[in-house]
Ligand binder design. Structure first.
Ligand SMILES: [Zn+2]
Length: 415
């Protein structure tokens, strides 16, 4: 099973927007692209929202059938590990093996030694084709890399072995993710992580490293764009080398877990993948939930009332809602509007404050990040939330479609 060159992860927390998301992908594909949609949902999201993996499968299948989509599509068990994978086996065909929490865990001396000695031919200057400067590899570096990543890649191989037994070879896509950590993995680290995965027999098809810079939830990239561009291109070249050198699947590509909208790096990624004729998987999740809230506000009436109620709850429960996301949000509480102020807003003002149009005078990144992490509030509202998603399905669906197509796919694929 292969993913195809371009794919986009369209997470959907409340599983109501599958058709709108697919319309956006199909609109892009009408321009000559072949983008595969992937409905990703993490174990954490399922728990918060109270959905089951089968709900995501149903949503994807229904959307594909209703719109007559003929391309490849997948359902991603996002950020799973050996403890959580079992309930996804029957309905998912894409598995994101999250091994971040195993980074830095100790491995036996025998394992470390055999890894280091297997890398002897790479010692010294290692020229990766296309890279301006060679990588420098010495024994200390290999020991350091082994100390960080051997246990993590071992865990990936254990999850893979489980899936192989349950689903059979070639019946699923394998992604390995290490993005939910503080320090980025460098291109040379990525190279040896890929060697470890190859050594352990994991036919990884997408890999999600932690890139340099901050990937805060729901808002744009914060960091040095030149540094990102250099690192991203080096990662692409390292992957190309690793595929040939270690015999990994030829379709192996980077997976960028965007934490929603990293608009300023989209054109950089677009240019690099075009220059080297490579594929890309981009994962989004919360951006669709935010469009639901925007759609409710735009719809007015009960919709706007509910959007305001969501903000009120989020504002009053900031500490609790932000705690699990502390590393991936930067909210300046003094720039959040008061509940009284928001309650006086029109739907248009609410939507403009929340919608991700950097430079719009009403846009407020603090407001947006807070709502991004507050989907638990809507989940607790149960059917009073989902019934309004149904009542205002047309308005909300247009917001979701426009967001994925205009703000994501057009920027990413230079449409
Ligand atoms: Zn991730």
């Amino acid at each position: 099973m292969k993913l195809g060159k371009y794919s986009i992860g369209v997470g959907d927390r409340f599983t109501h927007q599958g058709k709108a998301q697919l319309r956006a992908v199909m609109k892009a594909n009408e321009k000559g692209l072949h983008i595969s949609p992937v409905w990703n949902k993490s174990n954490r999201e399922h728990i918060y929202v109270g959905t089951e993996p089968a709900d995501t499968r149903k949503e994807a299948d229904e959307a594909v059938k209703a719109l007559g989509f003929k391309g490849l599509y997948f359902v991603d068990a996002d950020h799973i590990n050996l403890n959580t994978v079992a309930k996804y086996v029957a309905v998912s065909d894409f598995f994101t093996l999250d091994v971040a929490s195993f980074i830095g865990k100790e491995s036996s001396k025998g394992e470390v030694d055999s890894f280091v000695s297997s890398c002897e031919k790479y010692l010294g200057q290692l020229q990766i084709p296309g890279m301006k400067e060679p990588l420098y590899v010495n024994k200390d570096l290999l020991l350091e890399i082994a100390g960080k990543f051997l246990a993590a890649t071992q865990h990936a191989s254990e999850i893979y072995a489980y899936l192989l037994k349950e689903k059979g070879e070639g019946n699923f896509i394998t992604e390995v993710s290490m993005d939910e950590v503080e320090s980025p993995q460098t291109p040379v680290e990525l190279l040896f992580i890929l060697k470890m995965l190859a050594d352990k027999g994991v036919p990884v098809q997408t890999i999600a490293p932690k890139f340099t810079g901050r990937f805060n939830k729901g808002v744009d990239y914060v960091g040095d764009l030149d540094q990102f561009a250099k690192e991203f291109e080096e990662d692409v070249l390292v992957i190309d080398f690793a595929v040939k050198e270690f015999g990994l699947p030829e379709e192996l590509k980077l997976s960028v877990h965007s934490g929603s909208d990293k608009f300023s790096i989209y054109p950089i990624m677009a240019e690099v993948i075009r220059k080297h004729d490579k594929g890309l998987h981009l994962k989004t999740a919360g951006t669709t939930w935010l469009e639901e809230v925007i759609g409710l506000a735009v719809a007015g009436g009960e919709g706007l009332e509910l959007a305001k109620k969501i903000y009120e709850n989020s504002y009053n429960r900031q500490e609790e809602l932000c705690a699990p996301y502390a590393d991936v949000i930067d909210i300046d509480g003094s720039k959040l509007p008061s509940v009284e102020e928001v309650n006086g807003w029109s739907g248009e003002k609410f939507a403009n404050t929340l919608r991700h149009i950097p430079g719009h005078p009403d846009y407020n990144a603090n407001f947006r990040q807070l709502i991004h992490v507050a989907y638990k509030v809507a989940a607790e509202m149960g059917s009073s939330y989902t019934s309004l998603l149904e009542k205002y399905a047309d308005v909300i669906g247009s917001c979701v479609e426009e967001n994925i197509y205009d703000r994501h796919l057009r920027r990413l694929f230079s449409i």
